[in-house]
Design a protein around this ligand. Structure first.
Ligand code: HSE
Length: 326
């Protein structure tokens, strides 16, 4: 399987690390050779139709922009089976991911993406484009990092109607609120730690103002509940107004304040909510948790690493391996 990676930041590099470290095992166990033939960052691209060793690619990236590396070919020069679209999310129009995804699908190339905005803005259009061209558009990595929600619902819960979703879907906010509550630290102090951890978005206002959770909820509502909704349908409130005093008072009542996203009765909301301390959504640090209420299987709660380079690469890898091979 030849892949091209557009967006060689935390997620793209995470995938290269996984292929460097686990490539042999994956080849052996899955009988598939996932080969990177091109990678692109904001400087340009590196490509080789015979494949680029992930270790070499990562080394070149650590030395500077990809375009100044040792490869003379570029992404336009090589053929590939799957585009891994991992450019940063931009909610104003979804570019450059939107054009990258449209272009790949239109030319009959499968797409696996971690980029939320194109899906949250144009879910119907993009899934229809994939269908018309007979290719896959897979996006487990857009929601909950390594935590499987979309594939869980589509495969393991096939036949179930998902009637509502409640989730803590932003690791940055959960990390900030957890540390403010437990250690009494200020909002600003913890936000900068979250940025250093590499969990926060390139623009952390996406996290703390609830936009990132809203994008994820829209994708879940479309993909898991079959609603036809868009980002503009979400009522959003972030965590910037949450004070240490509010967290302390909640703690006195054995409650936590969490940024919770809900889809219920076709309403999509994001906002700070009180959650009892022993509730399934009471997860610490950068963890995410989501409860899917289903018609047949009851409530299913999943907890896991909602962010992180390797964890998100895990979701991308699982999507790659699920693409039917000729
Ligand atoms: N910034 C996001 C978070 C990354 O904190 O959850 C994963 O989407």
């Amino acid at each position: 399987m030849r892949i091209a990676i557009r967006g060689f930041g935390s997620v793209g590099q995470g995938l290269a690390e996984v292929l460097r470290d686990e490539g042999d095992r994956i080849r052996r166990e899955e009988s598939v050779d996932v080969r990177i033939v091109a990678a692109e960052d904001s400087s340009g691209s590196a490509a080789d139709p015979d494949g680029i060793e992930p270790a070499e690619l990562l080394e070149a990236k650590s030395e500077g922009p990809l375009a100044s590396g040792r490869w003379t070919a570029s992404i336009e020069d090589v053929d590939y089976d799957v585009l891994v679209e991992a450019t940063p999310t931009d909610v104003e129009g979804g570019e450059p991911g939107m054009s990258n995804i449209r272009e790949a699908l239109s030319s009959g190339t499968h797409v696996v993406t971690s980029n939320k905005a194109p899906l949250a803005l144009s879910y119907r259009e993009l899934t229809e484009l994939a269908r018309e061209n007979g290719v896959e558009l897979l996006f487990e990595a857009t929601v909950g990092g390594g935590m499987p929600l979309i594939n869980l619902s589509r495969r393991c819960l096939a036949g179930n109607e998902v009637t509502s979703i409640h989730g803590v879907l932003n690791g940055t906010c959960n990390y900030i609120l957890s540390r403010m509550a437990v250690e009494g630290l200020s909002y600003e102090q913890v936000l900068s730690d979250a940025q250093e951890l590499g969990v926060a978005e390139a623009d952390p206002t996406y996290d703390v103002e609830g936009l990132d959770t809203a994008l994820k909820l829209v994708i879940l509502a479309d993909a898991v509940m079959g609603l036809s909704c868009s980002y503009d349908d979400v009522e959003v409130e972030g965590i910037t107004g949450i004070t240490q005093e509010a967290l302390r008072l909640a703690g006195e009542d054995n409650m936590k304040i969490k940024l919770v996203g809900t889809v219920h009765d076709s309403r999509i909301e994001v906002g700070p909510r009180l959650v009892p301390s022993d509730h399934p959504l009471d997860v610490p640090g950068v963890l995410n948790a989501a409860t899917l209420s289903t018609g047949l299987a009851g409530d299913i709660t999943v907890t896991g690493m909602g962010a992180g380079s390797i964890e998100t690469a895990s979701a991308i890898l699982s999507d790659l391996l699920s693409i039917p091979r000729a």
